[in-house]
Design a protein around this ligand. Sequence first.
Ligand code: GAR
Length: 203
Amino acid sequence: MGEKIKIAVLVSGGGTNLQALIDKQQSGIIRSGEIVLVVSNNADAFALERAKKANIPTAVVSRKDSASQEEFEKNLIEILEKSEIELIVLAGFMCILSENFTSKYQKRIINVHPSLIPSFCGKGFYGLRVHRAALDYGVKVTGATVHFVNEVPDGGEIILQKAVDVEPNDTPETLQRRVMENAEWIILPQAVELVCEKMAERK
Ligand code: GAR
């Protein structure tokens, strides 16, 4: 087998999706790529602990401590380039990236979103807000989507989706957990392997 695709995972919080990626890398489901860096915009993110435990190098680039979006993205790019990153995985990364950034990494950034796009997505739809909106609307089926990232928030080409039933007594928290367990933690690692496999073939 040829060289593995170098992956950076970008996180902001708990990092359960990062954990799913680490576990699937350890079990060999992700075999065409390797997570070589975890970057958080938040120094307190528990995701950083998960990375350290798995011996993956970490970095923190704070949007708040950056003078502008431009500076934030410049710092991010510098760190990614230093590690020769080829694929960027947004796993619960709560910062919007500008066209300046996304155009530099066309078809090389993927994101997991906790709904069936094009429902409950775009600006303002993140984390528990997505599940609250789904419950308020009364949908009976929701799910998760993994897609390429372009300049339109949650607007890039869809790679994988998985549906999850809404139960009558769901709260945003119970629904979030079911969507993670039954969809996100499954399709994110699958999509990462799919994309890395294709990228590795072209190397
Ligand atoms: C996940 O549900 C992810 O899909 C969502 O945030 C959660 C992060 O959890 N992402 C978004 O809403 C992005 N628009 P995690 O830190 O435990 O992986």
